[in-house]
Design a protein around this ligand. Sequence first.
Ligand code: PGA
Length: 244
Amino acid sequence: MNIITTKNYEELSKKAAELVAQQLQQKPNSVLGLATGSTPLGLYSQLIKLHQSGQLFFKDVVTFNLDEYFGLSGSDEHSYHHYMFANLFNQLDIASANIFIPDGLIPLTEIKRYCFDYEQSIIDHRGIDLQFLGIGNNGHLGFNEPGSSFNSVTRLVDLSANTITANARFFSDQNLVPRQAITMGLATIMKARKIVLLASGIAKAEAVRQAVVGEVTELVPASILQQHRDVTLILDPDAASALK
Ligand code: PGA
């Protein structure tokens, strides 16, 4: 694992944006795996800046998002679909046909087929070149909660109580946090050619430590990253503080 500890969140975001710029320079039609949550917001602002100043273009880029709340429509302000358009896509030159985000309103009877097709669509695009990840304070990746199989692929999952509490900050009432989500699996994530995990803040320090130097166990989903050949962690000093 390549570990970069930055001075602060702004530098973390700039470093992450540099990796995107390098990737798109090498391959303008790269397939990017994207994450939501608070952590990548700085990265997304940097990408918008680079695009608006004529330094970075997304015309041929394809994106696959990690996950979406089940039961929320893409127009719901809490959906990850809405988040991605508001915080990134609306400000870029990306083609809407190249954007893939799981649909939270797929009927239960069609979920299996839908998740299979999402997985297949990644394969049809020749796989993810560069996958961005956050990490939950319980070590989750996407919505692969502790106990998720390392062989898991895209599927419908239940959110852990820990995640529901952590994500309640985005909702007016904890009871409004969806209880289920569609998420890429750990095996899906591990197939990406390069992985970049971003973590900021003291609440992530222990999860980062377990992911990097802890036992590789399904109880800490992010620990699987120790088995990937090309993983970079970009951390701020607080998130890195338990690694010493
Ligand atoms: P955060 O979420 O970036 O909002 O901290 C990360 C995660 O839960 O995976």
